[in-house]
Design a binder for this molecule. Sequence first.
Ligand code: ADP
Ligand code: MG
Length: 260
Amino acid sequence: MASVFCVANQKGGVGKTTTCVNLAAALAAVGQRVLLVDLDPQGNATMGSGVDKRALTPSVYQVLLGIAELAQARRRSAKAGYDVLGANRELAGAEVELVDQERREHRLKRVLREVDADYDFVLIDTPPALGLLTLNALCAARGVIVPMQCEYFALEGLSDLVNTVRQVHAKLNPELVLIGLLRVMFDPRITLQQQVSEQLKTHFGDKVFDSVIPRNVRLAEAPSYGLPGVVFDKSSRGAQAYLEFAREMVRRVAEPEVAA
Ligand code: ADP
Ligand code: MG
């Protein structure tokens, strides 16, 4: 049975997509069978996995609307080592088109059941909003990974997200837990970042992942080659940090709290 996780944060540019593609590639590198689901109409995770979003029919959009099968829509990213259910601009229409459909928040969960036996991990990248697409991700997942930069306003946005996760847990998906906060683009030379990092640990305790992802230009360069940083330059500090994070995720998945 696949463990389904979503990477969420309603802010844009905080490292969701980078985390999703690199965690997918790092898990694949240690022998896990991975499906990455791109739920952002920008299609950055799709392109960053080496799959051309312009040549996608069907995409995740048709799968969510029930007019294509996931098994036909997924693509293999040979270089990255995992499968991709890709997205492009069409997906923006789904927010509206799903609104009057029954059990609209549970669409993704239902289609993922078809391929449950094929994967150890399913990772869902989400758009920078707490709309119906992100809601579908939260309903399909057992855990949420929240990448964040250690900046002053980061803490402010976090309470909205934590509230949303609580509500989804209470009303729609009792399995859902916040697995953890991942500090990304971290620069230890910046005092404010150290301070925010300490505050996070005080408030959230062991919900803060031990792994920390440094700011590293190789991670930012990799998408233009259609590769996750972990594949593009495995020895870089950023790639090494994501590989360590993947090992931490595998350990946490085995823990009873998450398994329950
Ligand atoms: P989101 O999906 O939350 O919008 P992205 O993953 O696309 O965020 O990241 C935003 C930008 O920051 C991208 O240009 C990405 O390449 C860059 N970036 C992300 N993580 C890092 C990092 N650890 N070091 C350097 N650049 C990063
Ligand atoms: Mg993104």
